[in-house]
Design a binder for this molecule. Sequence first.
Ligand SMILES: [Zn+2]
Ligand SMILES: [Zn+2]
Ligand SMILES: [Zn+2]
Length: 672
Amino acid sequence: MFPLEHINLTIDFIYKHILEHLTNDRKIRRVSHELMNLNSNEKKVLYVYEILKEYDLIPLVIKEDKCPQKSDHYRNLGNTLYQRKHLSMAWQHYNLALMYAPLPHTPCDCYVLALANRSAVLAAWKKYEECLSDIETVFQHSYPDSIRDKLLKRKKICEDALKEQPTSNSEDEDKLIDDIFSLKVPKHEKYIDASSKLTVKYTPELGRHVLANEDIEVGEVLVQEDPFVQVLLKSQYTISCAKCFSRTYNLKPCPYCVVTMYCNEDCRTKAWDQYHRYECPIVACLYKANFTKLELLALRTTILAKTGHTSTNALLKTLSEADSCPNMEDLGCQEVEGKKIYSSKYYSSIHTLATNVSKRDISDIFQKCVSAAVLMHILAVTNFIRTEDDEERKKLKSFVADNMLRHLMTGPTNMHGISTNVENDEGSFEEEYGIASGAYAFLSLINHSCAPNVVRYTKLGTSCITLIAIRPIKKGSQLFDNYGCFELVRDEEQMTSRLIVELEASEIGLRIVHATEYDDVEQKAHHAVNSRQTRQAILLSQYKFSCICEACVDDWPKYYQLPSAPNLPGEVIQMINKHLGAEVIKCLQKADKKRALKEFKPLCKLATALEPFVPCKEAADCQEMLKQCLQILAGVLPFDFTKAIDFDIPPAVLPTQNCRFYTGEGALDLSR
Ligand SMILES: [Zn+2]
Ligand SMILES: [Zn+2]
Ligand SMILES: [Zn+2]
C-alpha cells in the first residue's frame, strides 16, 4: 500500500519541504549553482525532478472515480440546503452529485435523482425551460416510480408558467450592447484579432508595443480576441461550463471525471479533443494538489500545443521555426496561405511571448522548476508522452519539460484575468470577481501605464476579451493597458512585510512564498488607487520593469488627492452636471442597464472634452463612470452565483472510498 500522506501532497507542501530539506542538508548553495549552470529548460526541470525524488516528495497521482455514495452524500447536502432555501448552494451541491453520479444507464439512480432534485431549484428560480429540460432527461432514462408524480406535477407548473410569461423585449437592448462591444472597422491583415487602426512596432527599449496609426476616439473597440488557452478558477467548477464559461443552469457532467461540467455536448467534445482527454484522468489530482491558475494554464498550454498539431514532427517544426525567427516584427507569426499571421489562434504566437528569464532570480526559477517537474510527473500517467517509438517519446518528454517551464515564465506577465462584476444581496453593483484566466497573444503586446488609455472587458459567460479606448489616442501614440498583480501584493502594509521576508530568504538564495496565497487577489497598478511606490513594487516584482508612464514620471496624486480642473468651459461644466451627477451615479450603482446604455455615448464625449485637463478629479470621475457603464453592459453576475461552495476531493466525510492510484507510472516514465 502507498503511504497515505502522499495523497495529500499539495504543491505548496512540496515546495516548502524541499526547501527545508535542502536547507537542513546545507545543499542550497550547491543546488543553486548547479541549476543555474544547466543550459536548457529541460535539463533544469529534470534536475529538480531528481531532487524531489531523492527526498520522496513526488505526489501519488490519484484517480477519483464516479461513486454512488459520494453522489448521495452531496445530493443529501443539497436537499438540506434546499429546505433551508439556500438555492444557489443547493444547486451547486446537486451539480456535485451529478458529477459524482455513475452515468444514467448504470443500475443506480444517483444521476436521475440528482437531476430531479436540481429541477426543483430551477423551478424555484423560475427557470422553467431549464427545469423542463432536466425533467425531460430524467424521463428518458429509467427512474424510481416514487418520483414520477412529483416530476409530472412540476412539469405542469412550468408549462403553465411559460404560457403566461410575458415575452421580454430585451432583444433590442442586446443588439445595442452588441454594437458597443463590436469592432466597427476592418480587422488588421496580420494581427487578425485587432483593428486595422492599430500597428505593432519593436524597439529594444519598449519591446514589442502597439501604436495607433489613426486617431482613435473614446469608446472605440480596438481588439476582440479569444484566448489560445483558458482555465476556469476552482470557485467556478460547480457554476460554469468548463469550456466556454457560459452560465447554464443545466450543466452536464463529464462522463468520466468528477470535477468538470459543460453547457452542452459541443463544448464537451471540443474540450475533450483539445485537452480534456489528457486532463480527465488527472483532474482530481490537479485539484487536490492545489495548483495555481498559472500552473494549470502552463499545463493546458503544453497540451494544446501538441493537440493543435497533427503529429509530433509537425509540432517540432512549428517550435523550431518560432524559436529561430530572425526579426522581432515577425516573431510569433504563423504562415497561413502565404501570409504571416499573428493571433491567439496559433501556438507560435503564444510560444514566443516574453519569459523574462534573464531577469528572474534563482529562487524564482527553482520554484517554477518544482511546479514544472510535478506537473510533468502527473501528466506522464496519461498517454500524453507515451508512444512505441523511443525517439518520439524522448522528443515529447523534452518538449513537455521545456514548455511547462517556459509557460510558467510567460504566464505571470502575459496571462489575463477574466473577471466580472457582481451584484450584492440588494441587487447593487459590487466589486470585481475573478472567474477564469487565459493567454491572449495580441493583448500581451500592449505596454502598461498607471494611467491607461484602454480597458479590457469580457462579456459574462464568454472568454473573448474586447479592448475599448477610454481616452482619446492620437495617431502615432502608444496604447496602454493597466496591468494588475495577482501574485504578490494585497495591500501596502502587507506588501512591505512580505518584501522583507523575501529579502531575508533571498540572502540564502531561495524564496519562501508561493503564489497560491494571493492567487485571486488582483491589485491594480493604477495611479488612482495606489501610490507610485506601491505601483513600482508591483510592476517590478511581477513584470520585471520600472514604470516610466506619465503618472509615474509626474507623480500624479491618488484619486482622493486629485485637484479639480481649473477654468473648464461652460459647456463642459454643463455636461459634468448632467452626466456625473448623483442621480446617474445612483442608477449605475444599481446596475441599471438601460441607464448605462443611455449614458455611454455622452460619457465618451465628456471624456474627450476633459482629456486636456488630465489629471483632474472630473476626468477621473468620468472615466470611472464610463468604465462602470461598460461593466454593467458586459454583464453583472447575479448575487446567487457569488457564493461558490468549497469542496474536497475525495469529500472529507468519505475519505478514500473509490479512490484509486496510478502506481507510480509517472515516476518510472520520467526516470528512463
Ligand atoms: Zn460551454
Ligand atoms: Zn473528465
Ligand atoms: Zn506608471
